[in-house]
Ligand binder design. Structure first.
Ligand SMILES: Cc1cc2nc3c(=O)[nH]c(=O)nc-3n(C[C@H](O)[C@H](O)[C@H](O)COP(=O)(O)OP(=O)(O)OC[C@H]3O[C@@H](n4cnc5c(N)ncnc54)[C@H](O)[C@@H]3O)c2cc1C
Ligand SMILES: NC(=O)C1=CN([C@@H]2O[C@H](COP(=O)(O)OP(=O)(O)OC[C@H]3O[C@@H](n4cnc5c(N)ncnc54)[C@H](OP(=O)(O)O)[C@@H]3O)[C@@H](O)[C@H]2O)C=CC1
Length: 498
C-alpha cells in the first residue's frame, strides 16, 4: 500500500522522452491552466525542434535534450518530478516514486519508453544502445576495439555498420539481406555497395547540441572528447536516442583502417563465450574463425565462431512496463507493450499510454502499422494528450489523421529513405505487385500495388516522389491504366496526376 499522498494532480505523465513531453505540451495547448506533473527518471527531457511537415503525413524534425526547467518556464502550472516511478496503484489512482513520494492523479499517461532487448544480460562485452549513457559506453569500449560483432538487422545495426570506423565489423543478420525491418532485398542490394565504398565526408559537423547530459555546471554536449558521465550511477533508463544521434559523434575503433564490414547472412547466435568457456567448451571442434585472444567469443548458427572485443546487441526493444505491472491488471500485447485502444487508453481506468511502451491494439487503417519510432512516439504522445484533455473537457475527439498512413523519413548509408504505407507489402500475402526503378548509386524506388492501387512505397535517394506517392496512396486511385509508366523517369509524374 502506498504512503500518504504529497499531492493529487489532474494529470500525471510518466517519462520525459518524446512521447511524454509531447503529451504534456498537448495538455497545456488545450487546457492552459492544467495541473500537470511530469515524472521522469532521466535528468533531461526531449524536445522536438525544427519540425517540418514534408507532406501530409511525412514529417521531419530535430530532437534536443534540454533541462526540464525549460518546460517549467513555459508552463507555470507544470511540476517536473525527478524520480523514477517505483510502483503504480491503479485502483487508488496514485504512483510512488523511488525517492519515496506518492502522487495522486486524475488521469495518468505512461510514456516510459523501452529498453534494448539484449542477447544476454550481465556481460560487460555485450552492449545495447538506447540512451546517451549507453551510447557513450559503447563509444568508450569501441575506442579500444579491433573487432566488433553487431547482431541484428534493424535501425541500430544499419546505422552502426555504416558509421563505425577504425575497426573490423562482423555483422550477423538472421535474413538473406540487410535491413529487413526497413526494406526488402532489392533495396538492400542497392545499399550494399555503400558499405564497401569510402564514406563521403559528413556534410557538416552537428551545430546543435543533439544529445546532452546535465552537469552541475550547465549542459554538456555529448561528443567524443567529453568524459563519461553517469547519472549518479543510477540504473534508470534515459530517453531513447533518435534521428541523427551519431552525427558529430566519433565512432572509431583502435585500428588504422577505415570501414571494414563483413556480413554473415542467415544466422543467429548459438552462444556467447568467455575465453575460459571457449577453452573448456564441450564442443572440442569449436574453433574460432581467426586466431587471437579476445575477451569474448560468439558462436553463430552458420557454424562460425568469432572472437571480438564487443558484441552489440541491436536486436530490438522491450517496452518498459516493469514498475507498472505488479498489483495491476494491464492487458499486455504479445510484444509486452501496454495494450491501448483508439483513444490511447490502457485496460486500467484513467490510464493512457503512448510511445514505445504501448502497443496499438485498435483496428488500424489498412495503410498504417506501428513501428517503435520517434515519429510515432510524438504522434501518439500528442494524440494521448488530446484524448485526455478532451475527456476532461467532455469534448469529442477523433482519431488523428497521422494514423491513416504509415510514413517514415530517415537516413541510411547517407541516403534519404522514405517509407510509406505497406512499404514491404506487410500483410498482403501474394496479393500484390511491385514496380521498381533503380539507378545504381543514385536512387531506388519501389511501389507496392494491390488491386491496381498503390498501397506502399520505398523511396531511397533524392527521388522527390514522396508527396505525389503519398497522395496516390491516400486517394487510392486505380493506377492500372498507367502500368509501368508510373515509374518512367522521363515522365514528370507530378504533372501526370495534376
Ligand atoms: C540508437 C537509436 C536510434 C534511433 N533512431 C531513430 C530514428 O532515426 N528515427 C526514429 O524515428 N526513431 C529512432 N529511434 C527510436 C526512437 O528513439 C524511439 O522510438 C522514441 O524515442 C521513443 O520515445 P518514448 O518517449 O516512447 O520513449 P523514450 O525516449 O525511451 O523515453 C522514455 C522516458 O521514460 C523515462 N522512464 C522510464 N522508466 C521510467 C519510470 N519508471 N519512471 C519515470 N520515468 C521513466 C525515461 O527516463 C525516459 O525519459 C532510435 C532509437 C535508438 C535507441
Ligand atoms: N533511422 C531509424 O529510423 C532508426 C530507428 N531505430 C529504432 O530504434 C529501435 C531499436 O533499434 P533496433 O535495436 O535496431 O531494433 P529493430 O526492431 O529495428 O531491429 C531489431 C533487429 O534484430 C533482429 N533480432 C531480434 N532478435 C534477434 C536475435 N535474438 N538474434 C538475431 N537478430 C535478432 C530483428 O529481426 P526480426 O525482425 O526478424 O525479429 C531485427 O532485424 C527500433 O524501434 C528501431 O525502429 C533505431 C535506429 C535508427
Amino acid at each position: 500500500m502506498a504512503g500518504e499522498r504529497e499531492k493529487t494532480f489532474q494529470f500525471v505523465v510518466v517519462g520525459g522522452g518524446i512521447a511524454g513531453v509531447t503529451c504534456v505540451e498537448q495538455l497545456f495547448t488545450q487546457i492552459p491552466s492544467a495541473d500537470v506533473a511530469l515524472v521522469t527518471a532521466s535528468p533531461h527531457i526531449k524536445a522536438v525542434t525544427n519540425h517540418k511537415q514534408v507532406s501530409r503525413t511525412v514529417e521531419e524534425f530535430d530532437v534536443e535534450e534540454r533541462p526540464p526547467s525549460v518546460l517549467e518556464e513555459k508552463f507555470p502550472t507544470l511540476s517536473v518530478i525527478h524520480s523514477a516511478v517505483k510502483s503504480l496503484h491503479a485502483q487508488s489512482h496514485c504512483v510512488e516514486t523511488e525517492d519515496g513520494r506518492v502522487f495522486g492523479y486524475g488521469m495518468l499517461c505512461i510514456c516510459s519508453g523501452g529498453r534494448p532487448k539484449l542477447l544476454t544480460r550481465g556481460s560487460p562485452h555485450v552492449l545495447g544502445i538506447r540512451d546517451t549513457d549507453s551510447a557513450q559506453e559503447f563509444q568508450k569500449c569501441l575506442s579500444k576495439a579491433k573487432r566488433i560483432v553487431v547482431v541484428g538487422n534493424g535501425g541500430i545495426a544499419l546505422e552502426l555498420v555504416y558509421k563505425v570506423e577504425g575497426c573490423e565489423v562482423i555483422w550477423a543478420v538472421k535474413d538473406k539481406a540487410i535491413g529487413n525491418t526497413f526494406f526488402d532485398a532489392g533495396a538492400a542490394q542497392f545499399l550494399i555497395p555503400s558499405l564497401e565504398a569510402d564514406k563521403p565526408q559528413e556534410a557538416a559537423p552537428c551545430k546543435r547540441p543533439c544529445y546532452t547530459t546535465e552537469e552541475p555546471g550547465g549542459v554538456q554536449t555529448f561528443t567524443a572528447d567529453r568524459n563519461v558521465h553517469k547519472h549518479g550511477g543510477s540504473a534508470n533508463p534515459g530517453s531513447a536516442l533518435g534521428p541523427d544521434w551519431h552525427r558529430g559523434i566519433v565512432l572509431r575503433g583502435a585500428e588504422q583502417v577505415s570501414r571494414r564490414v563483413s556480413v554473415e547472412y542467415q544466422c543467429e547466435v548459438v552462444k556467447i563465450y568467455t575465453p575460459e568457456e571457449l577453452l573448456h567448451s564441450a564442443e572440442q571442434t569449436l574453433k574460432p574463425e581467426s586466431a587471437g585472444s579476445w575477451p569474448v567469443y560468439i558462436q553463430l548458427t552458420n557454424g562460425k565462431t568469432f572472437g571480438c572485443d564487443i558484441i552489440v546487441s541491436a536486436t530490438g526493444v522491450v517496452p518498459n512496463t516493469d514498475p507498472f505491472l505488479p498489483g495491476n491488471s494491464f492487458a499486455l500485447a504479445e510484444d509486452g507493450g501496454l495494450q491501448v485502444d483508439d483513444h490511447m487508453m490502457t485496460s486500467e481506468p484513467d490510464i493512457y499510454a503512448a510511445g514505445d511502451v504501448c502497443t496499438a491494439c485498435w483496428e488500424p487503417s489498412p495503410l498504417w502499422h506501428q513501428m517503435r519510432l520517434w515519429t510515432q512516439a510524438r504522434q501518439m504522445g500528442c494524440y494521448a494528450g488530446r484524448c485526455m484533455a478532451a475527456r476532461f473537457l467532455s469534448e469529442p475527439v477523433e482519431m488523428d489523421f497521422c494514423f491513416e498512413l504509415f510514413s517514415h523519413l530517415t537516413t541510411f548509408f547517407n541516403y534519404k529513405v522514405v517509407l510509406l504505407g505497406k512499404f514491404n507489402a506487410q500483410g498482403l500475402g501474394s496479393d500484390h505487385q511491385l514496380l521498381l526503378r533503380c539507378t545504381k548509386g543514385q536512387e531506388y524506388v519501389k511501389v507496392v500495388l494491390s488491386g491496381g492501387r498503390m498501397v506502399g512505397a520505398v523511396l531511397i535517394g533524392e527521388t522527390d516522389l514522396e508527396e505525389t506517392f503519398e497522395n496516390l496512396i491516400l486517394n487510392q486511385m486505380d493506377l492500372t491504366p498507367y502500368g509501368e509508366e508510373l515509374l518512367n523517369p522521363n515522365i514528370d509524374i507530378e504533372d501526370y496526376f495534376d
